[in-house]
Design a protein around this ligand. Structure first.
Ligand SMILES: [Fe+2]
Length: 298
């Protein structure tokens, strides 16, 4: 369940102090991570680093956040460890985002989980509202899979509030804030636990699709391969489907093969049935409509 705490304090710390506190705890442990909530809350009282950040960005705008691969709506404030960093995220109300949300950063109105832990505090503005759920068991991760989502709750990330979304198990749907809002985020990569990032249909309680990541960039690229399926390309896709170590990549190689040649469906179904991954084996039914139901977002 998303953990929530409201902290009333006028105390303030800076980014360096927060990073110092964060480095003192075991960030792989969600309980220890949540114990950083008071430090996160004090950091949210500090307006000075925001002004300094904006001023330094404007001073050298050509190099501004060059290493930030995430989004124009999130800004890295500092690295904590090899696998964790502090960032600021900007949440815009709908009138603004419908025109400018080109890169789908907000993920508004689509329930999803994260493959990272997220400790977050309201910093500026009224804060976004989010509907949170908990996954009662780890999904296999195939489209259409039934999932158990419980503990529905609507939470606003208002000023003074700190939330912890646990990697993998906490699912949420973001709703736009009533006014421009900024949150502070401590992001901790939990790759060791290997949680899969998914989208969910919270009415039907099923897996709806995959959240975009580097693996899925390969998958999306294979759409183009399918459109230009020469014999050589088909042979390469076939080889990826048989031998690539990543199950998602194999699944999307099968998808590209199915798109390239509808007559292959039966043969592909047999091959997918022999795949070592549950995700691929459980996805054979997607061949019926040539994978029209498998979605990647983000
Ligand atoms: Fe999210």
């Amino acid at each position: 369940m998303v953990r929530k705490v409201d902290i009333d304090t006028a105390e303030s710390i800076d980014v360096a102090e927060f990073i110092h506190h964060a480095r003192a705890v075991d960030l792989r442990d969600e309980a220890e991570l949540f114990a950083l909530a008071p430090s996160m809350r004090k950091l949210a009282n500090n307006r000075a680093f925001l002004a300094a950040f904006i001023e330094s960005g404007l001073e050298d705008i050509g190099n501004f956040q060059r290493d930030n691969l995430y989004s124009s709506r999130s800004y890295i404030l500092g690295s904590v460890t090899e696998r964790s960093f502090l960032r600021m995220a900007i949440w815009a109300p709908p009138a603004f985002s419908s025109r400018l949300d080109e890169d789908n950063f907000f993920s508004y109105e689509r329930a999803h989980n994260h493959d990272f832990s997220l400790l977050t505090a309201g910093y500026i503005g009224p804060g976004y509202t989010t509907t949170v759920f908990r996954l009662d068991r780890k999904p296999v991760g195939y489209v259409g899979e039934s999932v158990a989502l419980s503990s529905r709750e609507v939470i606003q990330l208002e000023p003074g509030r700190v939330l912890l979304y646990e990697a993998g198990t906490d699912v949420h749907t973001q709703h736009p804030p009533s006014g421009l809002s900024v949150s502070l985020n401590l992001i901790v990569d939990q790759a060791d636990a290997n949680p899969q990032q998914l989208y969910f249909d919270t009415d039907a309680m099923t897996v709806l699709g995959y959240v975009g990541n580097t693996k899925l960039k390969r998958a999306a690229f294979m759409r183009f391969a399918a459109a230009l399926a020469t014999d050589a390309v088909s042979a390469m896709l076939s080889d990826l489907a048989d031998h690539h170590p990543c199950s998602t990549t194999r699944l999307y190689a099968y998808r590209a093969l199915a798109l390239a040649d509808p007559d292959l469906s039966e043969e592909l179904a047999e091959r997918m049935d022999r795949d070592p991954s549950d995700v691929v084996r459980m996805s054979t039914r997607l061949l019926d409509d040539r994978f029209a139901d498998s979605h990647i977002w983000g």
